[in-house]
Design a protein around this ligand. Structure first.
Ligand code: HEM
Length: 480
C-alpha cells in the first residue's frame, strides 16, 4: 500500500526509552524536561505519554516546516479527554473538527474581531471601540489601585486585572460590562484558579485512559466551571438580544448568517463566544500580570518606560493605540515579557491529518503533536543570553526602532493555519492597559518582600499570586 511504500526506508523520529504503560516521566515541568530531552534527541522526537505516542517539535525551522510549509498535514486537533470537557466538546479551539464548518467559524470570528478593533466608537469620532473599552477599564484600574493603596497599603492586582480584561472581551462579544463587585463573574473566574494543569500538554488523563474513570477533584472543578460558564454566557447572550449595542460578535454573526454559505447554527455561536471569552480573558490577564511582575523586579526598566511615555505622550491626554509605534522601548518590553516568561510553553496540541514525512522522518496520520514554544524562545542558537531579561535585544542599534527580524523569532501565538486569532487584539490590549497604568502610576513591591517569578506549569503558566504590590502617583519627569 501507499502507507507501506512511504514507510519503507523512512525512520521514526528518535526518542527516549519509555515504560510500557506509563510512558515517559515528564515530571512537574514538562516544558523543561522536554527541552532537556530535545538536546539529546533533536528537534523531532517521539515520546510516550501513557501508551500514546506523541511527537514533540522544537527548533524554529522545524516548527515552521511543520505548521506553515506542511500546514495541511499538521492542522488536526487530537481527540483528548480534557478537550472534550471544554465547551461541551463543541469548541472551535479544542474540537477535532477541521472541516468546512470549522473554517467558516474561524473566518467569522476573525472578521468580527477585525471589525471590532477598527470600527469607530459611536461616542467619539476619533477612536475605535476596542480603544474606548480598554481605556475605560484601565482608568478604572488606576483608581482602584490608588484606593486599595490607601486602604490596605499593599494589594494583589490580579483579581482586578482579570475582571477588567474580561469586561473588554465581554463588551466585544455581547456589549456588556460587569461590575468589579459582580459576585457571579468573580466566583466563575476564580473557579479556574488551580486548574491550570488540566488542559496543559501532557495531562496524564489524556493519555492513560484508566485515569479518566477515577474521581478527580480537578476534573470535577473543570466541569463545574464549564457548566457555570456556559450558563452565564447563555444568559448574557439572551440579554444581549434586548440591548442596543450595535457592534458585537453576536450582531456580526447574525448578519453573516443571512449569507447562504455561512449557515451557522445558534448553539455554535454560543460556543464561539465561549471560545473567545475563554481564550481571551485568561491569556491577556496572565500577560498583563507578568508585565507587572517584571516591572517590580526590574525598576530600571519601568523607569525607561516612564521616560518614554513622558516624552511621547505626556500627561495632557490619554495613551492611544496610535502611540504604539512611537514607544519602541515599551513594545520591546512587552515582546521580551512574552519571550522570557513563555507563559504558553506549548501551543494547543496538534495532530496529523494524514501520513506524512517531516525532515526525512515518517509521521503517521493521527499522531498527537506538541509544539515547544518555550524551547524556541530560549534556544541558545537563536538568542544571546536567553535567560536574561533584556528588552534592548529587540531594539535597533540606535535604539530608536523595533528590530522586526528579532521579534519575529519569538513564538507565543503559534504559527500557520491554527495560529491565534486574537493576536492583534491581545497585543493592543497589553499595550494600552500597560501604558494607561504607567502614565499615572509607579509600581513597587513592599520593602523586604521577595517577588517569586517561578512559573507554575500549565497550558497557561502563572506566577504565584503576589500580595505586596504598591503604587504611587507617577509624576512627569523634568526634561534635562
Ligand atoms: C489559539 C496564544 C489571546 C483567541 C491560540 C494558540 C496560542 C495562542 C499559542 C494556539 C495555536 C496553535 O495551536 O498552534 C495566545 C496568547 C494570547 C492570546 C499568548 C494573549 C497574550 C487571545 C485572544 C483571543 C484568542 C484575546 C480572542 C479574542 C484564540 C482562538 C484560538 C487561539 C479562538 C484557536 C484557534 C484555532 O484553533 O484555530 N492562542 N492567545 N487568543 N486563540 Fe489565542
Amino acid at each position: 500500500s501507499y502507507r507501506q511504500q512511504m514507510h519503507k526506508g523512512l525512520k521514526r523520529p528518535p526518542g527516549p526509552w519509555s515504560y510500557p504503560l506509563i510512558g515517559n516521566m515528564l515530571g512537574r515541568n514538562p516544558h523543561l524536561s522536554l527541552t532537556r530531552m530535545s538536546h539529546k534527541y533533536g528537534d523531532m522526537m517521539q515520546i510516550h505519554i501513557g501508551t500514546k505516542p506523541v511527537l514533540v517539535l522544537s527548533g524554529l525551522n522545524t516548527i515552521k516546516q511543520a505548521l506553515v510549509k506542511q500546514g495541511e498535514d499538521f492542522m488536526g486537533r487530537p481527540d483528548l479527554y480534557s478537550f472534550r470537557n471544554i465547551g461541551d466538546g463543541q469548541s472551535l479551539t479544542f474540537s477535532t473538527e477541521s472541516g468546512e464548518m470549522w473554517q467558516i467559524c474561524r473566518k467569522l470570528v476573525q472578521n468580527a474581531l477585525k471589525t471590532f478593533s477598527v470600527s469607530p466608537s459611536p461616542n467619539s469620532s476619533s477612536i475605535c471601540l476596542l480603544e474606548e473599552h480598554i481605556s475605560k477599564e484601565a482608568d478604572y484600574l488606576v483608581k482602584k489601585f490608588q484606593q486599595l493603596m490607601e486602604e490596605k497599603k499593599s494589594f494583589d492586582p490580579y483579581r482586578y486585572v482579570v475582571v477588567s480584561v474580561t469586561n473588554v472581551i465581554c463588551a466585544m462579544c455581547f456589549g456588556k460590562r460587569y461590575s468589579h463587585d459582580d459576585q457571579e463573574l468573580i466566583s466563575i473566574v476564580s473557579l479556574l484558579d488551580g486548574l491550570e494543569d488540566i488542559a496543559a500538554s501532557g495531562n496524564p488523563a489524556d493519555f492513560i485512559p484508566i485515569l479518566q474513570y477515577l474521581p478527580s477533584h480537578s476534573m470535577k472543578k473543570l466541569k463545574e466551571f464549564n457548566d457555570r460558564f456556559l450558563a452565564f454566557l447563555q444568559r448574557s447572550v439572551k440579554e444581549h438580544y434586548k440591548s442596543f449595542y450595535k457592534t458585537s460578535l453576536i450582531q456580526q454573526s447574525q448578519e453573516k448568517r443571512l449569507e447562504p454559505n455561512a449557515n451557522i447554527p445558534e448553539e455554535k455561536i454560543l460556543n464561539l463566544v465561549n471560545d473567545l471569552v475563554g481564550a481571551g480573558f485568561d491569556t491577556v490577564t496572565t500577560a498583563l500580570s507578568w508585565c507587572l511582575m517584571y516591572l517590580l523586579t526590574y525598576p530600571e526598566v519601568q523607569k525607561r518606560i516612564h521616560e518614554e511615555i513622558d516624552e511621547n505622550i505626556g500627561r495632557e491626554r490619554k495613551p492611544r493605540m496610535s502611540d504604539r509605534i512611537r514607544l519602541p522601548y515599551t513594545e520591546a518590553f512587552i515582546v521580551e515579557m512574552f519571550r522570557h516568561s513563555s507563559f504558553l510553553p506549548f501551543t494547543i496540541p496538534h495532530c496529523t491529518t494524514k501520513d506524512t514525512v517531516l525532515k526525512g522522518y515518517y509521521i503517521p496520520k493521527g499522531l498527537c503533536v506538541f509544539v515547544n514554544q518555550r524551547q524556541v524562545n530560549h534556544d541558545e542558537k537563536l538568542w544571546k543570553d536567553p535567560f536574561i531579561f533584556s528588552p534592548e535585544r529587540f531594539l535597533t542599534a540606535d535604539r530608536m526602532k523595533i528590530n522586526r527580524a528579532e521579534t519575529e523569532k519569538v513564538l507565543v501565538f503559534g504559527m500557520g493555519k491554527q495560529r491565534c486569532i486574537g493576536e492583534a487584539i491581545a497585543r493592543w490590549e497589553v499595550f494600552l492597559f500597560l501604558t494607561t497604568l504607567l502614565q499615572q502610576l509607579e509600581f513597587s513591591g513592599r520593602a523586604g518582600e521577595k517577588v517569586d517569578m517561578t512559573p507554575q506549569y500549565g497550558l497557561i503558566m502563572k506566577h504565584k499570586r503576589c500580595e505586596h504590590f504598591q503604587v504611587k502617583q507617577h509624576f512627569h519627569m523634568e526634561r534635562k
